[in-house]
Design a binder for this molecule. Structure first.
Ligand SMILES: Cc1cc2nc3c(=O)[nH]c(=O)nc-3n(C[C@H](O)[C@H](O)[C@H](O)COP(=O)(O)O)c2cc1C
Length: 341
């Protein structure tokens, strides 16, 4: 057997558990990205042998219903749906997934509310949750969750405070034998995929690397901003006043980033002067970015919109079909495994 054949076998063995769990060939999930992960990208990812996820975001049950139906029309391969736990109609959205026989539901944005895990499992689907710390990973496992995603702060979008490599070291050694764990955040090359698989991960989840695929409906301006950006331009949002909480989001620096800092200063000053009450002040900060991701992704407003991107954005240099991205990641992972032998 040649070295390459050995590495191919090794890769298949390392990905076998994740691929079997997802029902696809390659244990690579394209993480749900609001506005970006709609039927075209999701179907393209699943058709390429990886695993696509619809980002439900703030969609109504009717819109989700149409999006799942639209995706099914474009692929007969498995795909999943990512639901945000604080959506006011979460249980109705779960029912829509059940109606369509969606096999995997990801619950994102906080601990799953009472009854949600049970409702998903009752439909026969598998539940995947995000574990931001070892204690929570254990708790989620006890609650019946079927798989976990560990996402580090290098990722694009809403982030926690801890780096991917640290979470992977904390959680994989004690939990990887219990349930499949997928690693996300900062992955842009197969070298990292090989490393996390060898650490015991069942697979990986990437968002930034797929956001600008040919099949992604993101506006050409959004894609160009990604191609130009380096890792250090994908920054986490900064909170400047302890009274005004800011949810950390990683996005490319732009005029909106500056304006947000100015807005926080202005609101803090109005608070100091007693011209604004605390509730209203916090609301103004919380609502500042409302609709901003849509403005960047769909309208191409790359100055005022939110260009959510992870630090791996520096490895996104051109528009490529999803199948090419998946093939490149797989080839890089195989080559990395071959080198390590
Ligand atoms: C533009 C954008 C939008 C995202 N929206 C969501 C979302 O709606 N729900 C979610 O769970 N994760 C969201 N994410 C996170 C991704 O699903 C994925 O976990 C993350 O991008 C992985 O890290 P990476 O960006 O370093 O590849 C988003 C990421 C990006 C870049």
């Amino acid at each position: 057997m040649s070295e390459t054949d050995l590495a191919t076998d090794r890769l298949a063995a390392l990905m076998a558990r994740g691929a079997a769990f997802l029902g696809c060939e390659t244990a690579i999930i394209c993480g749900a990205m609001s506005w970006v992960s709609e039927r075209h990208l999701v179907a393209a990812v699943s058709n390429a042998g990886a695993f696509g996820l619809i980002a439900c975001g703030a969609m109504t049950p009717e819109l989700l219903d149409a999006e799942i139906a639209g995706t099914k029309a474009l692929t007969d391969k498995p795909f999943g749906v990512n639901l945000i736990t604080m959506h006011p109609m979460l249980m109705e959205l779960i029912a829509v997934c059940a109606k369509h026989g969606v096999g995997h539901v990801v619950l994102a944005g906080g601990l799953p509310p009472k009854g949600s895990i049970e409702a998903i499992k009752a439909s026969g689907a598998r539940v995947i949750c995000f574990a931001p710390a070892l204690a929570l990973a254990k708790k989620l496992h006890r609650s019946g969750v079927d798989a976990l995603v560990i996402e580090g702060m290098e990722a694009g979008g809403h982030i926690g405070p801890v780096a991917t490599g640290v979470l992977a070291q904390e959680i994989l050694p004690s939990m990887a034998s219990e349930l499949p764990i997928f690693i996300a955040g900062g992955i842009g090359h197969g070298e990292a995929i090989a490393a996390y698989l060898e650490m015991g991960a069942a697979g990986v989840q990437l968002g930034t690397r797929f956001a600008c695929a040919s099949e992604s409906i993101a506006h050409p301006n959004f894609k160009k901003a990604f191609f130009r950006a380096s890792a250090r331009e994908a920054v986490a949002s900064v909170q400047i006043d302890p009274r005004l909480p800011v949810i950390p989001v990683r996005a490319l620096k732009n005029a909106g980033t500056e304006a947000f800092t100015a807005k926080q200063r202005e609101v803090a000053q109005l608070l100091d002067e007693g011209k604004l009450d605390m509730g209203e002040a916090q609301l103004q900060i919380e609502h500042y970015w409302a609709g901003a991701l849509r403005r960047a992704v769909i309208d191409g407003d790359i100055e005022g919109g939110s260009l959510m991107a992870g630090q791996s954005v520096g490895m996104v240099t051109r528009e490529e079909p999803v199948a090419e991205i998946v093939a490149t990641l797989v080839a890089e992972t195989r080559a990395a495994l071959e080198r390590r032998r």
